[in-house]
Design a protein around this ligand. Sequence first.
Ligand code: ARG
Length: 259
Amino acid sequence: MKKFTKVLALVLAVVFVVAAFAACGGKGDTIESGKLIMATNAAFPPYEFLGEDGKIVGIDAEIAQLIADELKLELVIEDIEFGSIITGVQSGKYDIGMAGMTVTPERLENVNFSTSYANGVQVVIVKEDFAIKSIDDLEGKMIGVQEGTTGHIYCADTPENGGYGEDNVTAYSKGADAVQALVAGKVDCVVIDREPAKEFVKANEGLTILATEFTNEDYAIAVSKDNPELLEKINAALAKLEEEGKIDEIVNKYIPVNE
Ligand code: ARG
């Protein structure tokens, strides 16, 4: 009998520990911790960049703040490598990934995406006096990109798939580094999203954006597939903010219409 009691106590203890772990991991965690942890890569103006006081600001940071307010959660933003965002969200290290991130079929295999809150296009930055006048001139040139971005993926693809092949692409950890490589003549052009491209061209002399646009993309918020509840709440918050005109307000603040 004594032995039986001991075994029972042990079984109960195990069940208790497992239950406790289950309660604080996964789904309910975001709400229980009271925090909404967002992973971003803050080198992508005007979506996310470091403000004067070193704080992360930009369109995504402001929209995320409004979403967190709607969900009554405290927003915490973590600045990480762009290429680590999806895996971090997938593993539950971060609740959301928001980084001017394009919805792609490959990413959808690993995470869920919210409804789209903005559009993006890939453009080509070149030196004003350089021989590249259209995307037809890109062949055989060295293209700078930000590691793991859609610009990287498209350009590194094989020519049969519309790319230029890996050998013609140099990937940098930040878009700004790719642009510096262009300025220094290490690459012939940079393929990157249009709004950051405009900021980089503004900040550096002698650069221009080719008139041809590469692709049309939807930006959305990545959420773990294990957290459909959070995805639903984010979509509801986005719909409300959109309806109230708050999203447009933020976008227009960073991207003046006449630019
Ligand atoms: N839209 C592109 C993509 O999803 C680039 C995003 C880069 N974002 C960033 N915060 N660095 O691949």
